[in-house]
Structure formats: C-alpha cells, structure tokens
Ligand binder design. Structure first.
Ligand SMILES: Cc1ncc(COP(=O)(O)O)c(C=O)c1O
Length: 445
C-alpha cells in the first residue's frame, strides 16, 4: 500500500509505529475542490479551515498556502496558527467561553473576526477593547429556533441539544440585541453573522443524507431571514455570512458513526446553500456578502492514515470471545470518536494489500478493553510484524488522542510525493514522566 507514492511499510520502518501519515496532496485537493464547487455559483467564497479538526501547524500552513483562513477556538490554537505563519487578519476565533486573556490576545493581534457567542461576551469584549483602545472585528454567532426542522425531525432536535450552548438566541431577540449593541459600539466592527450546527449524524440517530440537506437548508434560511430583518430594522447589511462547517465526504468503505455509507456530494451541499441565497433574494437587499465556510472534517479526514505493527496474535477457540485476536501497537484511544460514537475506520494490511482476505480478526490495542482498532475485520493471513493501515484519521483523531496507560502518542509525518518529514514528534517517556511531582511529605515506601 502506498501513500502519495510512498511505500507505507518503508514509512513504518523508517519512522517507527504507531505513525500517522499525512498526504499533503489530499489536503490540497480537498481545498481546491471545495473552493471550485462553491465558487462556481457564487463569487465571494472564503474557506476558514476549522483547526479544531487537526491543528498541526504543518496542516494549517498547507491550507493557508491554498488561500484559506483559519478558525481557532483557544489561545493554543491562536499560537499554533501564528506558528504556522497565518497572518492575524486571516484568523477567526470561535468558542462559547473565551477567557478575557484569549479575547484580549485576539484583539491585540488584530484577528479577522471574533465570532461573539453571547451577550455576556459582547460586553466583556467591548470593555477589553475600550481598555486597550483597539477595535475588534466581530461576527455575531447565532442560535436559531430550528422550528422547521423541529416540526418534522425529532432526531435533529435531540441531537442538537448538545449544540445549544453555542450562539446567541434568535427567537428571544437576544441576537438582534447583540447586533444593535455592536453597531452602536465604536470599539466593535460588526462584519456579519455566523452560524454552525455541524454534522448532525451522531448516534443514536440513523444518518439520513437527504435529511441532512434539509436541515442545512432550514438553518441557512433562518440565518438569511435574520440577516434581512437586521438589515430592515437596523439598516445594517452584513458583509459576511459565516455558515460554519459540518461537511463530509462519502468514503468507499463507509465512515462515521455506525459506518455511514453515503453523504451528500459537495455539489449538493453547495446547491442547497446557494439556492437559499438566490431564492431569498439576498443580492437585492444585502448585495453580495462574502460567504464564509468553516470546514474541518471535509479537508483532512481522508488525508491521514494510522500505521501500526502487528504483535501478539491469539486464537480463542471457544466461548463468547471465540475468534482471532490480533494485537497492534496503536489503539482506539488515539481516535476516541470510535469509542464515543462508534466511528468506523477501515483497516488494510499494508504489506499484504493484494492478498485474499481469508480470515476475520479483531484488531486490538495493547491498552485496555474497548481499544479495538478494528472489529471483525476481514484480513489476509496475519503474522507478527505486518503493518496495519487504518484510514480516515485526519479529523478529530490526533487532536483528541489520549495517553491512556502511559502509552504515548505517535509521531506524525507529512508526505509530499517522494518526500516525508516529521510534523509531530513522537512523545517520549522522559517528557511524560517529567510532568509528575511527588510532594515532599510522601516519603518513599
Ligand atoms: C464553530 C465551528 N466551526 C467549524 C467546525 C468544523 O466542523 P466540521 O469538522 O464538521 O466541518 C466546528 C467543529 O466543531 C465548529 O465548532
């Protein structure tokens, strides 16, 4: 199995396993595809890559080289984006509980937009701006009523409850009040409006691609309707409509919770959103606001593969665990959405990719129960030293990986045709142990 022309077994030998391997070309292709499809029907599109999905500075630099801005949610993210060389004016700052330090840093830096998440934050930000005598660029992050989806789509309401902490409520009038206050505050430069619900496919919902598109349509309608109201009542035409992320790609073997097999095409996402902009006559009233999108998963999910090496192989001959157990040196604690949401990640045996799949095995980690890398995977005959390649590791894997049982986190390499270089160093036991302290009153046993 090769990754951008690199033999994955050679990569495993050279850099050791477990190892995340990032394909630069895949990220660039994803970005270009997204831009091409959305720009086909709308001239002012800005991609604001959600670094929440993968905040490796090398990845941030790649997307920035392609012209994307970067969405951040913490001081750490701001520093990582800066390390990657992203100019502050091309950084967006999201989050429901930004600290005063974070807000002040963002304003001092002169970032492109702070997506303000509450009336409380608006007030705090205004105070900080006055104190340091600097103007902040902001968008108001909205929370809709979602009435249309709620009417016919109980699952959406259930799933959406966890997202309720984000955004300023439209129905109660708080979002309107936020716009009114922002417009009268000389330290706040209101650029526009923001809204993100994201991919609404988490269990126990069965995922339904058509319903996903309807949900997106309903959400964009609500945002546009609010923009039109603000324009009518406050005379403000938002120059930015930031519509968030939540786009995914269909993967041949399935992806996501419970192995979702089919997601909307990028064209369908684009048509759904841009049809609302046309049908609601946005250009007549608001001119041509910039449409910002904050895709994370779409850009990086399929760009990263996790390589692991097979160690112990066991055959359980009887009982409930009957079958083949193949242990590798990685685990699902490196991609915990498998554990939380039952995300599916296809595994291929890299050094035997063309051999017939004659057996079924559980590919397990060395850590604890529930650390399966793959459940009942069809594999060729396996032996110690084989290399397992687990796919679709680009989003929400490295960023939320754990060090459970003091199994430290892997290195990550970036491949670009024949070149390969480390972009995240493998964690060392010395660094790990150095974090711990033994208080003086605990004498050695
Ligand atoms: C505000 C915001 N924008 C964008 C994203 C990216 O979402 P996705 O990776 O599903 O595209 C997230 C993810 O949670 C988010 O919170």
């Amino acid at each position: 199995m090769t990754i951008e022309g690199n033999d994955s077994v050679e990569l495993a030998q050279k850099f050791g396993t477990p190892l995340w391997v990032v394909s630069e070309a895949t990220i660039r292709n994803n970005l270009r595809m997204f831009k091409r499809v959305f720009e086909k029907n709308y001239p002012k599109v800005r991609i604001v890559y959600a670094s929440k999905a993968n905040h490796s500075p090398a990845i941030i630099r790649i997307v920035a080289q392609e012209g994307a801005w970067v969405d951040t949610v913490s001081l750490g993210h701001l520093r990582l984006a800066t390390l990657a060389g992203v100019p502050p004016g091309k950084i967006v700052f999201n989050g429901n509980n930004k600290s005063e330090t974070e807000l002040e840093t963002a304003v001092e830096m002169g970032i492109g937009a702070i997506n303000v998440d509450s009336l409380d934050e608006l007030e705090t930000l205004s105070r900080i701006c006055k104190k340091i005598e600097k103007v902040a660029n902001i968008n108001i992050r909205l929370r809709g009523s979602y009435a249309k989806s709620a009417e016919k789509d109980a699952a959406f309401v259930k799933d959406n409850t966890s997202e309720s902490k984000f955004g300023i409520d439209i129905p109660s009038g708080q979002a309107f009040e936020a716009c009114r206050r922002a417009l009268t505050d000389k330290f706040l430069n209101l650029r526009g409006l923001h809204h993100h619900v994201g991919w609404t496919a988490y269990p126990p919902l069965p995922y339904n691609r058509d319903l996903d598109l309807i949900r997106i349509k309903n959400q964009v309608e609500e945002v546009v309707d609010f923009a039109l109201q603000v324009n009518e009542k406050l005379g403000f035409a938002p120059s930015v409509l930031d519509l968030g992320g939540g786009f995914r790609k269909t993967r041949p073997q399935g992806f996501g919770p419970n192995r979702v097999m089919s997601m909307p095409d990028l064209e369908e996402y684009a048509d759904t959103i841009l049809d609302v902009i046309t049908d609601m006559n946005v250009s007549k009233t608001l001119g041509q606001p910039e449409l910002w999108f904050e895709p994370g998963g779409f850009m990086v999910t399929d760009a990263v593969t996790l390589l692991s090496t097979v160690g112990t192989i066991k055959m359980v001959e009887s009982g409930p665990g009957k079958g083949k157990w193949v242990a590798v040196d990685s685990s699902a604690y490196l991609f915990v959405r498998k554990l939380i949401f039952n995300f599916y990640h296809n595994s291929i045996i890299a050094n035997k990719a063309l051999e017939p799949l004659t057996e079924i095995a559980d590919i397990v980690g060395p850590i604890c129960t529930y650390d399966n890398v793959g459940d009942k995977v069809r594999v060729p005959r396996l032996e110690r030293g084989d290399v397992v390649a687990t796919l679709d590791q680009g989003s929400y894997c490295e960023t939320i990986s754990t060090k459970y049982c003091a199994y430290l986190r892997p290195a990550t390499v970036l491949v670009n045709k024949e070149r390969a270089d480390i972009i995240t160093a493998r964690e060392t036991l010395d660094e790990y142990l150095a974090q711990y302290r033994l208080p003086t009153w605990l004498s050695a046993p």
